[in-house]
Design a protein around this ligand. Structure first.
Ligand code: SAH
Length: 349
């Protein structure tokens, strides 16, 4: 007879479970099991990162996208989305402001916008690294292919975030149009790691058609791929997408999975995401208290923030915004954590 606590202890000791065991944990989670995993996850995190919380300044460089992911508000088919693209000067201005605020890590995220060729991006990355050699640059710009990843890495990019979205091939095909492939997504992640990026994968919690089998596969994938980072957040419907009337994902399940992922890989960089902060007022604190150790406040120019709507209701002010860093520091302080001025690299040991 399987038992949740026994499985949690096995995970704690071996950092590995069978896929069926991950599924069992998810299907049989109770408040007691959730709390047990949460406490173990927070201890595991503290052993590596003490009470530090790393911050990344998120710069949303473009909402123009050639893709048509069914869940995403900036998908190509959304004709109601007012499109924008930042200039190199605007991006550098964001970094400048972020640096003064204490950010030492910048994430350039955007849709798959053909304007941002390798040449243009290499120029921007080079400028950022020249002006702020003590900062890490992370890219989150979708699937670009090996050559492109390599050029951007050689130009100085340190990290790449590319959520795998789901580790179940059939599920992947229900979330994406047929011209996007699961194999390509996974292959891209392998290439990024091979090139030398600190690589991040991740998935949405509660996306349409997701089952506990899918989530168990996600966990097994994370265990085997062993990414440096993993971004997970609840799915939140966007009205102008085919999933506009679907239910969203829950903060509870997201936090439960954060704890499990922390125990799979104690050193992993794990953000308490904006989506989690959107579905729950104290979502980010909950995430940190479940094992997360990163937050990514919004550093985009205020004028474009509401245009980068992956989902409805996205929060981008207060503690979610770079300018609200003092609020975030206070929120973290209240739960015994400290926002640090640091690149926030993974601590391998
Ligand atoms: N174009 C880049 C960046 C995508 S946006 C890429 O392909 O990687 C970053 C993440 O937001 C996505 O990977 C997805 O997991 C998440 N996201 C998109 N739509 C969402 C929604 N409706 N609810 C919650 N998260 C969403």
């Amino acid at each position: 007879m399987l038992d949740g606590i026994l499985l949690a202890d096995k995970l704690l000791k071996t950092h590995s479970l069978e896929e069926s065991e991950y599924k069992y944990l998810i299907d049989n989670r109770s408040p007691a099991l959730t709390e047990y995993l949460r406490e173990k996850a927070v201890s595991a995190k503290r052993a590596v990162y003490s009470n530090s919380v790393y911050i990344r300044g998120l710069i949303e460089i473009s909402n123009i996208c050639k893709n048509d992911c069914l869940y995403c508000g900036i998908r190509r088919s959304n004709k109601n989305c007012e499109r924008y693209r930042l200039t190199a000067a605007q991006i550098l201005q964001c970094c400048d402001e972020g640096y003064s605020l204490g950010f030492r890590s910048f994430v350039l995220q955007g849709g798959e916008d053909a304007y941002f060729t390798d040449g243009i991006l290499c120029g921007i990355i080079g400028e950022i690294k020249k002006s702020y050699p003590d900062c890490a640059v992370t890219l989150s710009l979708g699937e670009r292919g090996f050559e492109s990843y390599k050029r951007l890495f050689d130009a100085g990019a340190d990290r790449y975030l590319l959520r795998h979205e789901t580790a179940d091939k059939a599920h992947y095909s229900r979330l994406h149009p047929s011209n996007m492939s699961f194999e390509n997504r996974i292959e891209s992640l392998k290439q990024l790691k091979q090139i030398g990026y600190q690589t991040g994968c991740g998935f949405m919690v509660g996306s349409p058609y997701q089952t506990s089998d899918c989530l168990a596969k996600d966990l097994k994938f994370i265990e085997e791929f062993s990414p440096h980072m993993c971004g997970i957040g609840p799915f939140i419907p966007h009205r102008q997408t085919p999933f506009g009337n679907e239910n969203g994902g829950s903060a509870e399940l997201t936090c439960f999975l954060l704890s499990v992922i922390r125990l799979i890989k104690p050193t992993i960089l794990l953000p308490a995401t904006t989506a989690l902060g959107t579905v729950r007022q104290n979502g980010r604190q909950m995430g940190i208290l479940s094992g997360a150790n990163v937050v990514m406040p919004n550093l985009s120019p205020v004028s474009v923030r509401e245009k980068y709507q992956l989902y409805n209701g996205k929060v981008y002010s207060g503690g979610e915004s770079a300018q609200g860093l003092e609020i975030l520091k206070e929120q973290m302080h209240e739960i015994g954590c400290e926002v640090v001025v640091d690149r926030g690299d993974i601590k391998e040991f």
